[in-house]
Design a protein around this ligand. Structure first.
Ligand code: NAP
Length: 488
């Protein structure tokens, strides 16, 4: 970005007038120590949010051109004198070089924005280390989970959270206000002992995705091997036919929908198991086993991976006719039929099967796309609980039913055809139907009024075997009271 560009604010000023939720902190002077990527983005964002910014650099002349003209760039000691809140946009290794500023920094708030390169890299967190170097200052950990890029573009994503912790409530509150005015959502993480946890957050690699990814890879490997045996190994062994060309597209394309379909059912299976557990124990206050808890928490990622596989399956399917093998096979069939003088090759049942199969497949993919889009935080936050639950729960279940129809129209009567049992292995689609059909059946059972009522009562706090007060009219017309079990 050129110096000229830097002078122009990237984001418009946020108006705080008339908005009671925004604290009018803007107008205050904020200091930034350092003139690197983070300092620059922070200064731009602060200026755009209405703050006065003073940047402290070891070499202000050289760095001034990189900052917006509204920000003052000066020597570190000068900058520190002009403000009470200073963001330390310097790496931990260089904290000690700031010790000369200890006197001017005394009594001020230092915001530690630093990150490490490894999880639990140092014995003490960077923020605690900074606090130990400057005991006369109040240190607040924050903004490290926000990248320099997000700082500049973040106003478009008002949901971005900034985790903050400090032992000083007032200082934490001041930094939280600044974050809010900048368009971020401050999250109070408690005292300084949380700094290490906050510093580890940006270093974690997809923690919520590990289990769903392993699950998807596991299912993919199993179905791929199964399909490989049926589609490639069987013709090679039994008929000496070379069908290895099928591996990159056909085998992958028969594997992907299996994974997508089973993964979709695995989104709804833990809900079914949770409901069974609640019905069995007659309470919602009993903790689910850890594995079920984990499973429930990973449903969103499992659903998104299911959508990913379904989308890939759609693309692969569209590309099937582009393959050379497909063209050769078409010509071969046409020649064969011409030689046999077969004129009418139209099979009405097959035509209808394909039409229905493709149509329900498209609808299922459409519904899965809707589920995926509405699971994004920015969209999910714009929906109320009922809307979110309708889309994710009701439409999600409908997507599972439609995917089942898609699978059934694909398989049609193949399950009853002896020739389809290669090495005695049933067609893949029959295996994929097991879990989804169990889920659908269980959901249908839960809709039965007697079970639905009981489940609803449990979810509203009713418990089996819990003693409750009752009041009954006596024979004399007076009311007798006592205690009984609520499940009587
Ligand atoms: P950077 O581009 O390398 O900037 C570091 C700045 O530190 C330098 O520009 C330098 O400014 C200053 N500094 C002060 N004393 C120094 C010394 N003795 N030796 C070298 N430099 C010294 O790094 P950055 O990416 O802006 O990151 C700064 C801090 O923000 C780090 O703690 C980082 O973990 C954190 N952070 C960065 C990001 C990001 O996206 N970049 C995101 C979250 C957190 P002067 O030469 O003007 O003094």
């Amino acid at each position: 970005m050129s110096g000229g560009d830097m002078a122009k604010p990237l984001l418009g000023h946020r108006s705080v007038e008339g908005d009671p939720s925004v604290v009018p902190t803007s107008g205050r002077t904020i200091g930034v120590l350092g003139s690197g990527d983070f300092a620059r983005s922070l200064a731009i964002r602060l200026v755009c949010s209405g703050f006065k910014v003073v940047v402290g650099s070891r070499n202000p002349k050289r760095k001034a051109g990189l900052f917006p003209s509204a920000a003052e760039v000066t020597f570190q000691a000068e900058a520190v004198k002009k403000t009470d809140v200073i963001f330390v946009a310097v790496f931990r290794e260089h904290y000690s070089t700031l010790c000369d500023l200890a006197d001017v920094l005394a009594g001020k708030i230092l915001v530690d924005v630093s990150n490490n390169t490894e999880i639990n890299h140092h014995k003490e967190s960077n923020a605690e280390y900074l606090a130990s170097l400057f005991p006369a200052c109040t240190v607040v950990k924050g903004f490290n989970v926000v990248s320099a890029w997000t700082l500049q573009s973040g106003a478009r994503d008002g949901n971005k959270q900034v985790l903050i912790c400090s032992n000083n409530q007032e200082a934490k509150h001041t930094v939280a206000e600044i974050a809010q005015v900048m368009g971020f959502t401050p999250v109070d993480m408690g005292g300084m002992s949380s700094a290490r946890e906050i510093e580890n957050v940006p270093l974690r690699l997809l923690p919520a995705w590990k289990i769903p990814i392993f699950l998807a890879l596991g299912l993919f490997s199993c179905f791929f091997t199964y399909n490989l045996v049926r589609q490639v190994i069987h013709p090679f062994i039994r008929e000496q036919k070379n069908k290895f060309y099928k591996i990159p597209v056909e085998v992958v394309n028969t594997t992907l929908p299996c994974v997508a379909y089973v993964m979709l059912s695995l989104v709804y299976l833990p809900g079914v198991l949770a409901a069974c557990s609640q019905l069995y124990y007659g309470t919602k206050y009993r903790r689910f086993p850890d594995w079920l808890d984990q499973w429930l928490q990973h449903r969103k990622q499992i659903g998104l991976l299911s959508f990913f596989c379904a989308a890939l399956h759609a693309v692969y399917s569209l590309c099937l006719p582009m393959r050379r093998s497909h063209r050769y096979q078409l010509i071969e069939t046409a020649v064969k039929q011409a030689m046999e003088k077969k004129m009418n090759i139209w099979v009405e049942e097959e035509v209808w099967r394909m039409e229905i199969y493709i149509s329900v497949g498209i609808i299922a993919l459409g519904l899965l796309s809707l589920l995926a889009i509405t699971s994004l935080p920015s969209i999910a936050n714009s929906l109320n609980w009922r809307e979110f639950s309708f889309i994710q729960s009701t439409l999600g279940f409908i997507a599972l039913v439609i995917s089942t129809l898609h699978t059934l129209t694909y398989g049609w009567s193949r399950a009853f055809d002896e020739n389809q049992y290669k090495f005695y292995l049933p067609p893949t689609y029959t295996l994929t139907l097991l879990v989804p059909c169990t889920v659908i059946l269980a959901k249908v059972i839960f809709i039965l009024p007697c079970i639905r009522q009981r489940l609803l009562r449990i979810r509203r706090g009713w418990e089996k075997g819990r003693y409750v007060k009752f009041v009954l009219p006596s024979a004399t017309g007076e009311y007798a009271s006592g205690e009984t079990s609520s499940n009587v």
